[in-house]
Every structure is written in C-alpha cells, then in structure tokens.
Write a protein that binds this ligand. Sequence first.
Ligand code: SR1
Ligand code: MG
Length: 399
Amino acid sequence: MSVYRTLTAAEAVDYARQHAGLAQPDALVAAEEVGDGNLNLVFKILDGQGISRAIVKQALPYVRCVGESWPLTPDRARIEAEILLVHGEFCPRHTVKILHHDAGLAVMIQEDLSDHLIWRRELLKGAFYPQAARQLGEYLAQTLFHTSDFYQPPQRKKAEVSRFTNPEMCQITEDLVFTDPYIEHERNASDPSLAADVAAIQADRALKAAVAALKHRFLSQAQALLHGDIHSGSIFVAQGRLKVIDAEFGYYGPVGFDIGTAMGNLLLNYCGLPGLLALREAAAAREQRLQDVRELWLAFAGGFQALAAEKSRDIMLAEPDYVRRFLREVWIDALGYCGTELIRRTIGFAHVADLDSITDESMRHECQRHALNLGKMLIFAAAHISDADALVARIRQNG
Ligand code: SR1
Ligand code: MG
C-alpha cells in the first residue's frame, strides 16, 4: 500500500522538524508554499522570525501547471534526490545539498538558499554574475565526467544507468523538445503572429531530419548522468556562488544535452534582452551573455579534458586524441540541443519569461523570431562551427 499523501503546510513543518537534521528543530514554526515551477509543491520552512531554514519539496502525482488530467510518476522525486546526491558527491560546491529524502512520500528536504537568487530573474533585470557561467561549466565538467565511462567502472556504470532510468520524465522531454514543436500539436503555444514562422518550421523536412538525429541521440546515448533540465530557472546565484537545483528530468543521456540546454537558456535571454531593457543596458547585457556562453563551454571543455587526463579509469578512453574527438562530438551535439531549446521555448508548451514577459507586442515577436532563426541556424550549422569564438561570431552575424 502506498504511503503517499500530499503534505499540508503544517505537515511540511512537522516533517522538516523531524528530518531536516537542524540543530533547533522546534524553532521551525511555519511553512510558505512557493512553488512556481511546472511540477511540484515547494515549501519554505520558516522559523519564528520568518527566516527560511530549509526547503521541503514534494512531487505531485500530476503535472502541477496542467492538473490531474496529466498524471506523472511521483518516483521522479526519488530520482531527483538520488541524482542531486550523486552530483553533490562530485561537485559539492555547486549542487544543492539534500538533507533528507523519502521515496514513499516523494519528498525531499533541501538546504535553504534564501541568500541566493534565481539566475533567470537576475538575467531578466540585466544583473551580471561574472563567475556564474564558469561555475556552471565546472559543475557540468565534474558531474558529467565522473558519471561517465571515463571514470565509472563499467559494471557499476551500467547499474547506474538502470538506477536512473527515468522513462516518464524522458518522454516529456522527447515530446515537448523534439516532437511537438515540429508538428501541429494542442500542447504547443505561440503568438498568432508567428503562425507563418511556425508553419515554416513544421514544413521544413531538412530541419525535422536534423532534429530527429538529435532526438535519436537523446533516446539512445547513455554517456553520463545528466541534470536533464538545466535552465537558468534551475540555478541559484549569489556573488561568486552558484547552486544547481531541480534534477527531476535527469537520466543517463548525451553529455551535449546538458551543455546545449544551459547555452540555449543564456541565448534565450540574449534574444529577449532588446525587449526587456533600454537600448544601452540591453547591448551591454547581450555582450555579457555572449561571454557567458563562451566561458561556459571553455570551463566545461577545459575541466573535462583535465579530469580525463588525471582521473580516467579507462586507459583507452583516456587517449588524448580520443578525448579531443569526444569533446568535438559533445560540442556539435550541444549546439544542436541549444537550437532545439531555443525553438521549443518559443513555440512549444513551456515558454520562458525572457521572451514571454516582453510587453511590447511587436518587439516580443521580433525577439521570438530571432530565437527561432538562431535555433535553426545552430541546428543546421553545428558541425561547421569550429569553436566558442566562431560560435560567438556566428551569433553576432545572426542579429
Ligand atoms: C510538463 S513540464 C514542462 C517543462 O517544464 C520543465 O521545466 C521542463 O523543462 C519541461 O519540459
Ligand atoms: Mg525544473
């Protein structure tokens, strides 16, 4: 019999008192439900002064932003907690700390991050965190290298692939990222004035074939334990600090998917900035975003290469020429996945504030078209873009 029940705010407080492992559990007195994502309940657990001391996150048995008509496995909470524990083992500096988790209740308690801010909200305001992209690149290098065949003993790695099989959440990504935007589908949403752009995308056989190749790799390449949804809303920042949360879409997949998703969300901000900020601020922030994309790749690739040289357990995979070849393959994948993220966040089911919060309608459409064109360009040109500087040059040429 399942023990699952949805927690009330009072129960969340009690739960945190019992399980958070805080020095003064009785100081916890109230909970505030703050979940603004698409899927879960999220409670801040407050002390008598109203200061948040821990976060209780519970998976609902359905997609929160849709309702009970879209059921979804609560087992995603176990997978998320276990992924964050693994990522925390390899990159404690940039992974949120899991204090406790319970598979039956689909609940986890995380460290409080109230002294950080959500990166996306900061990017919308044009705030710059000069170390964030490098730190995100470090997180990706550490977590993806240490969970891959470069480092994991082969039998253990196969057991990990099985532990982190996440079919329901992967299907959401498979559908929402790689299929729906390229067909007529009731889940898609876009401004009516983009109808011709959407029709062109859905009629473009060459584009569909290129996206099919990316989808096929997402379906079949168990390279490393991915975060699976690493966008700027799943990242907390403070000056000099960065923490990754929300790994419920994680599974063993192609390394380039995490890199491309992260880059794609930075570029969604790049595309939206002219509609979000005044001319000069937008221009400055766009330059920062291009530098962020460059830094992110260089930190990831440099970090991965150094780890491969120092810590690879497979002596064949550690061959420097092979490491370079592997990183080239990751780069091409990442540019493609960056492109699919740009497209799906513009005309698919789940949008981003970087574009949708632009109030001037014609400016919003211009920014959305830019995101679509940049996405298409990246998908088609991925194999012809040699490095991060060439990427930045291509993005500038694109508008
Ligand atoms: C039904 S979930 C929709 C989207 O929200 C999440 O953040 C993922 O990006 C997913 O694709
Ligand atoms: Mg999320």
